[in-house]
Design a protein around this ligand. Structure first.
Ligand code: SAH
Ligand code: DHB
Ligand code: MG
Length: 230
């Protein structure tokens, strides 16, 4: 966690709280642990959702009784595995996860296969906007839940596709909408992309949304949670 954000005492409490939450509420799962270990061994950036966030996504999937999940940004497949655990018992459940990097996609496919979810999760390689355009053209919509977690500069376009490919009731989650507070003022492409997404959501009457700030192993961040209402 970047140390400048909070005092050492606060940092240490955040860390202890993360441990308490994880050890109390998140049953150790060999396939999720193996996914993180393999991602680390492959030198992927350690930017998967945290375990408590993965479980949050799993709970949202159960709460919304989602069968079709669209993920934008696969990395090593950690969040995709959490979705898979929530939907795989449902007949016809499917996760389509979009990833730019062939290398990331290959690592994710191995992790997903080792966890036994190859039938449930399909990783598609390429710039997400191209994959999404193809999905729209092929009328591959009807997603119950969309998780946006790729290049933040394109968040607005991803939200637009979430509307095209969703329906009334579709749950939309956008990761990393705080970025250690950088989203307020910073002019890096990601922060600007998140601000543009907030502005787009402010104007969008079809989605009701809020955002929750979080602290955890990756520092201070947050997620937007929305639902398509019309
Ligand atoms: N959801 C993952 C983490 C994703 S990290 C998890 O929580 O486990 C972001 C991923 O988005 C990276 O793997 C990166 O390669 C990918 N990405 C970046 N730009 C992209 C683009 N234009 N299209 C598709 N994927 C992209
Ligand atoms: C970054 C990206 C993420 O999706 C994330 O959860 C954390 C960090 C990043 O690009 O720094
Ligand atoms: Mg993220």
């Amino acid at each position: 966690m970047p140390a400048h954000e909070f005092t050492p005492t606060t940092l240490s409490l955040f860390s202890s709280m993360s441990t308490l939450i994880e050890s109390s509420l998140i049953t150790p799962d060999p396939s999720l642990d193996a996914c993180l270990a393999a991602s680390k061994a492959a030198n992927l950036d350690p930017i998967s959702v945290a375990p408590n966030e993965g479980k949050f996504l799993y709970l949202l999937t159960l709460l919304s009784r989602s069968k079709r999940v669209l993920e934008i940004g696969t990395l090593g497949g950690y969040s995709a595995l959490w979705f898979a655990k929530a939907i795989s018992p449902l007949k016809g459940g499917k996760i389509i996860s979009l990833e730019l990097s062939e290398e990331h996609a290959q690592i994710a496919r191995v992790n997903i296969s080792n966890a036994g979810y190859s039938e449930t999760v399909e990783v598609r390689v390429g710039p997400a906007l191209e994959s999404l355009a193809a999905m729209k053209a092929n009328e591959e919509g009807d997603f119950d839940l969309v998780f946006i977690d790729a290049d933040k500069s394109q968040n607005v376009q991803y939200l637009e596709y979430a509307l095209f490919l969703g329906k009334v009731g579709t749950v939309i989650v956008v990761d990393n909408v705080v970025r250690h507070g950088k989203v307020v003022n910073d002019d890096d492409a990601a922060s600007k992309g998140v601000r543009a997404a907030f502005e787009w959501l402010r104007r969008c009457e079809k989605i009701q949304a809020t955002a929750l700030q979080t602290v955890g192993p990756k520092g201070w961040d947050g997620m937007v949670l929305g639902v398509v209402v019309e």
